[in-house]
Design a protein around this ligand. Structure first.
Ligand SMILES: Cc1cc2nc3c(=O)[nH]c(=O)nc-3n(C[C@H](O)[C@H](O)[C@H](O)COP(=O)(O)OP(=O)(O)OC[C@H]3O[C@@H](n4cnc5c(N)ncnc54)[C@H](O)[C@@H]3O)c2cc1C
Length: 270
């Protein structure tokens, strides 16, 4: 990430605690995620967002606040971000937040962010469990600020009023100049997230970590959590694993082609 000039950036990074699994397993009877025995981690894409925010602070001066909505144990991911170098953390935790869909999650987070001063909000591109990539763009809509997703390079202009980003696409990347305040979603390649060192871990415990409930947030419990979620999940299931294909062995191309034609004919494909 390149930055230039000198300004003071207030950056908010929403981070999510996710199960540490390459493949999320689903209970076929209840349709819920199997979380038992699975350790939790900071969502990997959020690590790029935290790292980007810390690099901005180190080069331009500023302040990094990490925010999560989750159960009390989600505090662990806030402590990791604080150990990396974030300055402050906010844990939105209340039974009323439970059962939130992406809309209710974004609404809760945006209500908190509205109370804060910020130049940039940097989310991860997506959470590796829910995987929808909806929360970042929804927060931007609710805040009424511009958004750029899949950011893999970021430069702040000298006056601190605009950022120029490279936004990854299927074909390559687009260069987008966006006025601050804005929301970005971070993707792989933006940076190499640092590992917290012992000093960082010790300091993290002394940094401000505020807990916010639905009452202190000051919004109606009917507009958040399960009650405030317009999405209804009809069914959740793990897709069936595809079986391996058939390999036609042999060195004679004609014989192999004959076998292939016979196979396709036996399946009614030709
Ligand atoms: C009807 C319904 C009920 C649900 N009930 C539950 C439930 O009871 N418990 C549960 O765990 N999940 C529940 N979910 C899933 C929940 O909606 C999503 O996990 C959540 O909204 C985030 O969506 P996502 O994981 O796809 O995140 P994405 O949109 O993929 O995340 C993008 C980025 O947004 C930010 N972000 C996402 N979530 C948070 C967060 N919580 N705090 C801070 N930043 C965040 C991060 O920067 C992240 O990288 C429910 C979903 C539905 C549809």
């Amino acid at each position: 990430m390149d930055t230039s000039g000198c300004t003071f950036m207030k950056v908010i990074v929403p981070v999510k605690q996710v199960p540490e699994v390459a493949e999320v397993r689903i209970n076929p009877e209840t349709g819920t995620l199997i979380r038992e025995g699975v350790p939790s981690i900071l969502n990997p894409f959020d690590e790029y967002a935290v790292e980007a925010a810390i690099q901005l602070k180190e080069k331009l001066g500023g302040e990094v606040t990490v925010v999560t909505m989750g159960p009390p144990q989600a505090k662990e991911v806030l402590l990791k971000a604080l150990a990396m170098g974030a300055d402050k953390a906010i844990l939105l935790t209340d039974r009323a937040f439970a059962g939130a869909d992406t809309w209710a999650t974004a609404r809760t987070l945006s209500e908190q962010i509205k109370k804060m001063e910020y130049d940039l909000v940097i989310c991860g591109k997506q959470a590796i469990d829910g995987d929808t990539a909806q929360v970042g763009p929804e927060i931007a809509e609710l805040l009424g600020i511009p958004q750029v997703c899949y950011v893999r390079h970021l430069e702040v202009e000298e006056d601190g009023k605009f950022v120029v980003v490279h936004r990854g696409t299927d074909e390559g990347y687009e260069v987008v100049r966006v006025k601050l305040p804005a929301l970005l979603t971070a993707t792989k390649g933006l940076n190499e997230p640092r590992l917290p060192n012992i000093m960082g871990i010790m300091k993290a415990k002394k940094k401000p970590l505020e807990e916010v409930t639905v009452t202190t947030l000051g919004i109606s419990p009917d507009s958040i959590g399960l009650k405030g979620s317009p999405t209804t999940v009809r069914k959740v299931f793990a897709p069936e694993r595809r079986k391996g294909g058939i390999k036609i062995e042999g060195t004679d191309p004609k014989a192999a082609a004959k076998k292939l034609v016979e196979f396709l004919a036996s399946k009614g494909a030709i």
